[in-house]
Each structure stands twice: as structure tokens, then as C-alpha cells.
Ligand binder design. Structure first.
Ligand code: TXA
Ligand code: MG
Length: 337
């Protein structure tokens, strides 16, 4: 058991966090997407502690975080020209590229795969921490496995209190959903997990973009998936979540027929004035919904919601990421009214 410390993002606190990581410990790290649980990606024992702290299945690989594109060649090989072009456009930023790993990345980090996801976060504190450590940092989202990802340091404390020695507070995450994960296939790009860097952004490179089936459809437990994370129920609050598509009046009608004590709607901000029952709101457009989604799902638990009916987000741009996370929180339960 640790007496988990909340650190600031001042340089002395970053140094302290780096010392913990270089001693083989796990530290909560802010990024622009969600908070991560960071440890030395090249230290097997330290990486093992990440899986333990999260309660994460060992067959789900971790993303390795670097502070700059120039670090990439030390950890991955056979990098296609397209990957460098994408890095030039979007790194540092909310994108992860799956590439063939070098031996310096141990198999515990890649969950036995010969590839590893590489990400260069935009958040200044994350890059300062990586530089202070002088190491690549393996970091999954800093939630307990299965729970909504954390977008504030307080969310991390809520899940990780006693499990890790320290959390660096870098403020609320600007993007709010995890990075876009891609791999390379022939001349094209395969989208494994949607994020802030959108399908439209990737198509702009003039190559085919293939979307993994798991993004908008349930994947059977025995089916082979390219991104192991896609097969787990994810991002779920304790409340049962159901997506209800259709206009607000039909939505309201549906809820009125299924209403009860601990039932809450999850609405667009602009719906609220016209909605007569209990509700939470999650913004008015895809970017706001991305930033607020996980916080609202956590809020639903805090207020004791047993059932949440969510208004369906748009699927354009970062909206596809919002829809994908909400679908998984809902266990793919969608009602069309
Ligand atoms: O924004 C993010 O990516 C955050 C922050 C902390 O950087 N990290 C994050 O990590 O979301 P995690 O572990 O919660 O999700 C990583 C996803 C999983 O779905 C995993 O299966 C996939 O990326 N992934 C990682 N390495 C992979 C690989 N070599 N091949 C295929 N999928 C991979
Ligand atoms: Mg995660």
C-alpha cells in the first residue's frame, strides 16, 4: 500500500516523479488525451507493476510514450515513409502508431506482440517527465481496468489511491478521449481505435484507410482482433448505459416509458431546457463531448445513477471516438426510436 502523493507539474515535482520511475515505480502522468500510468517501458518489473495497479489482462499491450520523433528509431524498425509523414503532421499529438518493435522493448510491454504502439504526447508535462527520466514510458490510461478513463488528476486518485506512489497533476485533459491508434497495411492505414485525429485527417494522406470492425460493432470473445483492447468491455460506469438514437421528442417519450428513481438522461447542453426529467449534459458538439464524456460517466456513478439513457453523438470527426467509447460503455446496447 502506498500513501499516494499528489504532485504538481513544477520542475522539482517532475524530477521527483522521474526519480520514482527510474527506481522502477509507476506514476500517474497527465497527457492531452487522458491520464496515463507511466513506468519505464524497458524495465520488465516496472511494467509488471502497471498491469497490477490497473488490474489489466496481460494480453493487452501498452503504448510507449516518447518526447520527440527523433527517439522513434531507437525503439521501432522498418518504419514506413508514411509513418514519418504522419508524425510530421500530428506529432506531438493524440495519435499512436503501431510499428515493429526493437528488442529493447520487452515482450511484457507489447503483450507478446512483435509490434509496439508509439505515441509522442503533446502535453508539456508528459514530455518533460519523459525527458527527466531519459526513458521511454509505457503508459495505459490510468483507470482501473474496465472503468471510464481518467481526465483529471482527481479521477486518477479515485482509482489509484494506495496502488501507486504518486500522481502528477497537469490539469484537465484537453482532448478527453484516448489517442487514435493506427497500424500500416500495404499502402494504407488501418484504424484500430478512433480518436481526435480523425478518419478524415488520415484520408488526407491520399491512401486507403481501413476501419477495424470492432470500432462500431461488438466483437465475439473468440474472434481475433488486431487491437486486443477492442475486445474488452470498457469505459463502463456502474450504471447501465443505453444509447437512444432519434430526435429529442422521441428520446423523451422513450425515457418517459422507462423512467424511474435512479434514471438519468445524458443530453446535449442545448436539449436541457426542453427535457422534463433528471439529466446530465455532455456538451453540444463532438469536441466538447470528447472532453466531457468520461467525466460525465464518472459523475453518473457519484450521483448513484442505475440507468443512463444517452443521446447519440454524431459520428463525424472526433465524434466517431465519442460514439465508439459510449458504445462500449453501453455494452453495444443501442435503441432506435
Ligand atoms: O491516449 C492514449 O493513448 C492514452 C494515453 C495515456 O497516452 N493511453 C491509452 O492506453 O489509452 P491504453 O493502454 O488504455 O490503450 C491502448 C490501446 C489498446 O486498445 C491496445 O490494445 C492498443 O492500444 N494497442 C497497444 N499496442 C498495440 C499493438 N502493438 N498492436 C495493436 N494494438 C495495440
Ligand atoms: Mg485504456
Amino acid at each position: 500500500m502506498f500513501d499516494t502523493r499528489m504532485l504538481s507539474s513544477d520542475s522539482s515535482d517532475i524530477e521527483y516523479g522521474a526519480k520514482l520511475i527510474n527506481d522502477g515505480e509507476v506514476v500517474g502522468m497527465p497527457t492531452e488525451t487522458v491520464y496515463g500510468l507511466a513506468a519505464d517501458a524497458t524495465n520488465e518489473n516496472a511494467v509488471k507493476k502497471i498491469f497490477e495497479a490497473k488490474g489489466r489482462p496481460q494480453d493487452n499491450p501498452l503504448i510507449v510514450h516518447l518526447s520527440g520523433v527523433e527517439m522513434m528509431d531507437k525503439y521501432v524498425c522498418n518504419v514506413p515513409e508514411l509513418a514519418y509523414k504522419i508524425a510530421e503532421c500530428f506529432c506531438p499529438g493524440p495519435i499512436t502508431m503501431v510499428l515493429p518493435k526493437r528488442d529493447i522493448i520487452p515482450y511484457i510491454t507489447s503483450a507478446g506482440l512483435d509490434t509496439v504502439g508509439i505515441r509522442i504526447p503533446y502535453h508539456k508535462t508528459a514530455r518533460e517527465l519523459i525527458d527527466a527520466c531519459g526513458k521511454p514510458l509505457a503508459a495505459p490510461s490510468a483507470n482501473l481496468s474496465g472503468s471510464p478513463s481518467p481526465t483529471t488528476a482527481a479521477h486518477v486518485m479515485n482509482d489509484m489511491k494506495g496502488r501507486i506512489p504518486a500522481i502528477i497533476d497537469g490539469g484537465a485533459c484537453a482532448v478527453g478521449v484516448e489517442s487514435t491508434v493506427i497500424s500500416f497495411e500495404g499502402e494504407g492505414i488501418r484504424l484500430l481505435r478512433p480518436g481526435y485525429v480523425s478518419v478524415e485527417d488520415l484520408k488526407a494522406f491520399g491512401v486507403p484507410v481501413y476501419c477495424d470492425k470492432g470500432i462500431t460493432e461488438a466483437v465475439a470473445a473468440n474472434e481475433k482482433v488486431l487491437s486486443p483492447g477492442m475486445k474488452y468491455k470498457h469505459y463502463s460506469p456502474k450504471a447501465n448505459v443505453t444509447i437512444v438514437t432519434g430526435e429529442l421528442d422521441k428520446f423523451t417519450q422513450y425515457v418517459s416509458e422507462h423512467n424511474g428513481e435512479d434514471v438519468y438522461a445524458m443530453l446535449y447542453d442545448s436539449d436541457a431546457a426542453f427535457y422534463p426529467y433528471k439529466y446530465l449534459t455532455y456538451g453540444n458538439n463532438a469536441k466538447e463531448q470528447a472532453a466531457q464524456l468520461f467525466g460525465v460517466l464518472r459523475k453518473a456513478d457519484e450521483i448513484g445513477a442505475k440507468q443512463v439513457y444517452a443521446r447519440c453523438p454524431s459520428q463525424d470527426g472526433v465524434g466517431l471516438a465519442v460514439y465508439n467509447r459510449l458504445l462500449r460503455a453501453a455494452g453495444f446496447e443501442v435503441i432506435r426510436v
